[in-house]
Write a protein that binds this ligand. Structure first.
Ligand SMILES: [Zn+2]
Length: 184
């Protein structure tokens, strides 16, 4: 789907939602309560709305090495120097030892596909993407890494197949992230 078509799809969705809201608002106004009949069953539904804008500002000071690593093409995790436990996503403290005696280590960029699922019903904030597949891959180090899979056809994937991790910039966010690519 081209970016233009996606925009049209979003416009259609927005315009349908607008019509729906107008209907609901008119019902609420005439009844004087936040209630309207379901189109199919006629049963009473409750509706209220608030717009939410999502913005994320969270401290990543403790794991900034992870993002710096991505920019250098590396996937980094952390390892507890006391018990040797590996952590991915990286953690700055070991919950087993209750210490911060950790070191950064570069992880393998290959592994074995454990399982995957295709996302057809996307969260609204991901609606500009085509259907996508998310998978869990087991690294030789014994830890699992969940990421998008660069393959749109689920029939071409099966658990146990070899996968390679690539660090990429994805549109429209255009910052470094990582995804799994099936090894042909
Ligand atoms: Zn530990």
């Amino acid at each position: 789907m081209s970016r233009e078509e996606k925009k049209t799809l979003k416009d259609m969705y927005d315009s349908q939602m607008k019509q729906f809201f107008e209907f609901v608002e008119s019902m609420k106004k005439s009844l004087g309560v936040p209630m309207f009949p379901d189109m199919k069953s006629g049963k009473a539904l409750y509706f209220d709305q608030r717009e939410i804008t999502l913005r994320f500002i969270i401290s990543v000071e403790n794991i900034k090495e992870f993002f710096n690593g991505l920019a250098e093409g590396k996937l980094l995790g952390t390892k507890c120097k006391d018990c040797n436990q590996l952590y991915f996503p990286p953690q700055k403290d070991c919950p087993r030892c209750r210490t911060s005696n950790m070191e950064w280590i570069e992880l393998s960029k290959e592994g074995e596909l454990l399982t995957f699922t295709q996302i057809n019903v996307k969260p609204y904030s991901f609606s500009h993407y085509d259907d996508y597949i998310v998978g869990i891959v087991r690294l030789p180090e014994g830890i699992n890494v969940t990421a998008w899979i660069r393959e749109n056809d689920p029939k071409k994937l099966k658990p146990g197949m070899k996968m390679r991790l690539e660090i990429v910039k994805r549109e429209p966010e255009n910052y470094y992230t990582y995804e799994w690519v099936p090894v042909a």
